[in-house]
Write a protein that binds this ligand. Structure first.
Ligand SMILES: [Cu+2]
Length: 279
């Protein structure tokens, strides 16, 4: 019993430390060494995902502790030594009703916010900006159809990294979007299946050759947010990061103007030739 008591004391004292450390370490936009928990959210969807995750953690912890308590009671009170003459009871209607109804209530309590979140993610609000992300072996291409911009986004190799650029995450040409605007992301694959995922935005969607998938996000804070391809797509799967810079309206307009000169799509080429040239 002494060991159990010590274990309980240890868990009780270390848990708040672990939780606060996790909150302190989880940075916005990119993973941190020794990070616990999810990356901080930058969109309403991710804020909801984090809330739902934490809510479920409380629910499953309570269930696990309850079951553990029952097991401890059984082990201590009903072992052969302390309870030599076992009861012959086989049915107890009240308990049977309880262990059916209570789990149903718990599942309904979980289902309500779960479906609300699912509909929030899947009901697309009207787009302010549309960006098409094409997964290629092994980099991403972004195109802004409304502004006729298209460019490739390649990872910066270790030897070329500048101060402040995270390894395996920084890219040469990042995707730029305005803050507080609904961005539709269309994804497709040029060769094999990739997946476009940015944890802080709460988005992860497959990029499949021959079809167009769609998701959305509304970043509420300016900054740089990183993600990675999340579908094993070949040897350099780990080296095709996603970098999204969220800027204010003015900077976005300036970036668009500059990008129009730098990354203009050539409309004079026939579509088939343009597609072949993109690979
Ligand atoms: Cu991949």
């Amino acid at each position: 019993m002494l060991v159990l008591k010590r274990l309980i004391t240890f868990i009780a004292t270390s848990l708040p430390v672990i939780i606060t450390a996790g909150v302190a370490l989880a940075a916005t936009g990119q993973p941190e060494p020794w990070q616990l928990g999810l990356q901080k959210g930058a969109t309403p969807v991710m804020d909801d995902i984090i809330w739902f995750h934490d809510f479920l953690l409380w629910v499953i912890s309570a269930i696990a502790l309850f079951v553990l308590a029952l097991l401890v009671i059984v082990v201590v009170k009903f072992n052969a030594r302390s309870n030599p003459v076992p009861s012959r009871t086989t049915h107890n209607t009240a308990i049977e009703v309880m262990w059916t109804v209570v789990p149903v209530l718990i599942l309904v309590t979980i289902a309500v916010p779960s479906f609300r979140l699912l509909f929030f993610q899947l009901n697309m609000p009207k787009a302010d900006v549309t960006v098409k992300a094409t997964g290629k072996q092994w980099f991403w291409s972004y195109s802004y159809p409304d502004s006729k911009i298209e460019f490739d986004s390649l990872m910066i190799p270790d030897k070329d990294l500048k101060a402040g650029q995270p390894r395996l995450l920084a890219v040469d040409n990042e995707m730029v979007v305005p803050v507080n605007k609904v961005v539709h992301v269309l994804t497709t694959g040029a060769d094999v299946i990739h997946a476009f995922a940015v944890p802080s935005f709460g988005i992860k969607i497959d990029a499949i050759p021959g079809r167009l998938n769609e998701t959305w996000f509304k970043a509420e804070r300016e900054g740089v947010y990183y993600g990675q391809c999340s579908e094993l797509c070949g040897k350099d799967h780990a080296f095709m990061p996603i970098m999204v810079r969220v800027v204010n309206e003015k900077d976005y307009a300036a970036w668009i103007e500059q990008a129009k000169k730098k990354f203009a799509t050539d409309d004079t080429r026939p579509a088939a030739v343009a597609a072949a040239g993109a690979n």
